[in-house]
Design a protein around this ligand. Structure first.
Ligand code: FES
Ligand SMILES: [Fe+2]
Length: 378
């Protein structure tokens, strides 16, 4: 079957069937998603406080592309392609760090300033028609949204604030420390699953109290009757009020602890950015599924804490619990789900969308699938 023949009728999620399984492992679909979704969407790189000192940088890879976001001498942020203009050598091979002086290419020592301009190129003084001004690093478009830096490889992409109109206000309701964050830790996990399989799992509450034991711990912290999953065009929220009767969380007593929010707050921006906070924690998490191949993704967990404040023990326990318990329990489901999608016994499934059970609804899964399908087909 060619990809053009692979179609899906998404018009009625209640009577129809879910996005066909082949969309989750077909190389042609993946190539289309790469070209039509990821090469022109916005990618979150980090909080602006990660660029507080001159030379602070974060490197973000998007498939074969690699982009450096760096703070300059005056504190201004620049984003540029991570490649030397001389012969195309990659410049920086770390995820983040600080370059206090210049960015020096390890090959022939061309040196670039923190804003990407070319400072020096050895032995080029006799070259005809060579002007350093013309050989700075090529810039990449970036924007700051909710005090997080986003980049895009598409000069014509609509602004993040336009795509996610209303999202920042919603974030500020639950994440009052948004302006004052610092990165506490980041962990990357390679998952043998399509990026959409990972996303789907996070945007439905149906499996909360029906899957593994750790999920039940989370469900116990939420007043699950009030769990609400709401699509807003290219972004969405899934939010649960706290279970006010909770005495402990993540294996630690709640008594004496402090938190930014006691709600379970999650906000997703298409295609793969999520900001969230666990109930009773003083943190802002990022949860990003980065596609590496049709059946391989890099799952990146970022944890930000209010700058200069010690982390409450409950928050510390929540991060540990996410990294070692809830995360692995979901990843296991991602992997078994990915395997099952190949089966001749599946093909396409059924969404649980029942107005009588809004808190268990898979409406966001359908919404997300539709955005993905439209992006590559319409
Ligand atoms: S490739 Fe960078 S200096 Fe030659
Ligand atoms: Fe889950």
């Amino acid at each position: 079957m060619t990809i053009a023949q692979m179609t899906w009728d998404y018009s009625d999620p209640r009577t129809g069937t879910s996005m066909p399984a082949s969309f989750f492992f077909d190389q042609g679909v993946f190539d289309e998603e790469k070209a039509k979704i990821f090469m022109n969407c916005w990618h979150v790189v980090g909080h602006i406080n990660e660029f507080a000192n001159p030379g602070d940088f974060v490197v973000q890879d998007i498939f074969e592309q690699s982009v450096v976001v760096m703070a300059g001498r005056g504190g201004e942020i620049s984003a540029f392609h991570n490649v030397c203009r001389h012969r195309g050598n990659r410049l920086i091979d770390e995820r983040r760090g600080n370059r206090p002086g210049v960015i020096r290419c390890m090959y022939h020592s061309w040196c670039y300033n923190q804003d990407g301009s070319l400072r020096g190129a050895p032995r080029t003084e006799n070259l005809e028609d060579f002007n350093k001004k013309d050989w700075g690093l090529r810039h990449v478009r970036f924007e700051i949204f909710a005090n997080f830096v986003f980049i895009t490889l598409d000069e014509n992409a609509p602004a993040v604030a336009e795509i996610a109109s209303g999202a920042e206000a919603e974030m500020r309701r639950f994440l009052p420390d948004l302006d004052n964050l610092e990165l506490a830790s980041e962990s990357d996990v390679i998952v043998d699953a399509n990026w959409k399989v990972i996303q789907e799992n996070s945007i439905e509450g149906y499996h909360f109290d029906l899957s593994g034991p750790v999920h039940k711990d989370l469900a116990a912290l939420i007043n699950f009757e009030g769990y609400a999953l709401t699509p807003y065009g290219q972004w969405w929220t899934y939010i649960g009020p706290p279970n006010k009767g909770a005495k402990e969380a993540y294996g630690v007593p709640l008594e004496g602890s402090t938190w930014q929010t006691d709600w379970f707050f999650n906000i997703g921006i298409f295609p793969n950015t999520t900001f969230y906070s666990f109930p009773y924690t003083d943190m802002v998490g990022t949860f990003i599924m980065i596609p590496l191949g049709p059946e391989k993704s890099l799952l990146r967990f970022g944890y930000y804490k209010p700058k200069g404040r010690p982390m409450p023990p409950v928050t510390e326990a929540a991060i540990e619990w996410m990294n070692t318990q809830l995360g692995p329990e979901d990843i296991e489901l991602n992997i078994t789900n990915q395997k099952g999608l190949h089966s001749l016994g599946f093909g396409s499934g059924k969404y649980l969308i029942d107005p009588a059970r809004p808190n268990q609804s898979e409406n966001l899964v359908h919404h997300f699938h539709t955005l993905c399908y439209k992006a590559i087909r319409e």
